[in-house]
Design a protein around this ligand. Structure first.
Ligand code: TXA
Ligand code: MG
Length: 328
């Protein structure tokens, strides 16, 4: 198979929606990262997502919907879940809720909860509207690798596994959605940090937001598996990556990644994630820069740690870097 890139013309969008309705796979842009989409109500189609990504069956998928009304057909919403959806959708917030019986077991890895979000990207929304079905869509990369933030990244990883990629340019957010577990409605828990922070969610709800299970816990809080599919090593380049509090002299075989453009460094093995240190820009550039370094054949990547006092999206970036640096 050789994937084709489709520009977002009305005719292409209709055609790709048709592919999805007939049980095919389409990679498409969302505001966070590109997703590999299939009809979420078609177990056979969802099985093909796992095959294309080489994704283990115990790593459940996120279902994308147009709006709260479509989401309520798939999951049981508590009043708190409804308030969050009304305030933060469309946008990069995924809610984990008790699933309804129409959601196939393969989507939830056999579990009784389903992860749902309504994407803000206009192209994702147009495809959802044309397809008329909810779309299961994990990130459109090979399992464990860096998520794709451009159509070329999807082509790179899945070009021989899928046929259709919708090219919507660069993703504006650049890191995956915040995942909030609401299976205990009065005890919301972040499972994966994103740009919608626990501070913002907690303030809006007037509730304390619980932290994700720590690294090396296997996604467990006590004996309870709350975060299936959250592997320690994830979102990782092939080149070994280390997080450094400060980067001294850089041997030529090592790539150095700085949060902002450093002064007085020879350019050969130096990269930076933002011009002036904006965290939103760091998030947008992180996976692209790591992919470029991965292709260039350095022996190791040293990434400057985020400033200890950085808030907001910094927690999501620290989480992704820690997982990128985790040992196989
Ligand atoms: O921003 C995003 O969320 C992107 C775009 C495409 O929407 N999607 C994404 O999907 O990052 P993926 O498959 O790479 O991440 C899905 C993760 C799983 O690895 C798992 O950790 C969590 O979502 N998840 C899915 N269903 C769950 C469930 N029922 N309970 C707990 N966690 C779940
Ligand atoms: Mg993923």
């Amino acid at each position: 198979m050789q994937a084709k890139l489709y520009s977002p013309t009305p005719a292409h969008l209709r055609r790709l929606a048709g592919v999805l309705r007939r049980g095919g796979l389409v990679a498409l842009p969302t505001e966070t990262v590109y997703g590999l989409a299939a009809n979420a109500l078609d177990a056979q189609a969802c099985r093909a997502i796992f095959r294309a990504k080489a994704r283990p069956a115990n790593d459940p998928l996120i279902v994308h919907v147009l709006d709260l009304a479509q989401a309520e057909k798939l999951a049981a919403f508590s009043p708190i879940a409804r308030r969050l959806a009304r305030r933060f959708w469309p946008g990069p917030l995924t809610l984990v809720l008790p699933k309804k019986s129409c959601v196939p077991a393969i989507v939830t890895s056999g579990g009784d909860t389903v992860a749902i979000r309504s994407p803000a990207h206009p192209l994702a929304r147009r495809v959802l509207r044309l397809a008329g079905v909810p779309l299961a869509a994990p990130s459109a990369n090979l399992f464990g690798y860096l998520s794709p933030t451009e159509a070329a990244h999807v082509l790179d990883g899945l070009g021989r596994k899928i046929a259709h990629i919708l090219d919507g340019g660069t993703c504006a957010v650049g890191v995956e959605s915040t995942i909030l577990d609401l299976t205990r409605p009065d005890q919301p828990r972040i499972l994966r940090p994103g740009i919608i922070t626990p501070e913002v969610l907690g303030k809006f709800l007037g509730l304390a937001i619980k932290s994700p299970p720590p690294l090396s816990s296997g996604g467990r809080i006590g004996a309870r598996l709350v975060a299936p599919g959250m592997m320690d090593r994830h979102y990782s380049p092939r080149t070994p990556l280390r997080i450094k509090n400060s980067i001294g002299p850089l041997p030529p075989e090592i790539a150095g990644v700085f949060m902002r453009k450093p002064a007085n460094r020879p350019p050969g093995n130096v990269r930076w994630l933002s011009r002036r240190g904006s965290l939103a820009e760091v998030a947008r550039n992180l996976y692209r820069v790591l992919r470029e370094i991965d292709r260039a054949g350095f022996e190791e990547i040293w990434v400057e740690a985020l400033p200890a006092d950085a808030g907001g999206p910094a927690a999501a970036l620290r989480d992704r870097l820690k997982r990128a640096a985790a040992k196989r």
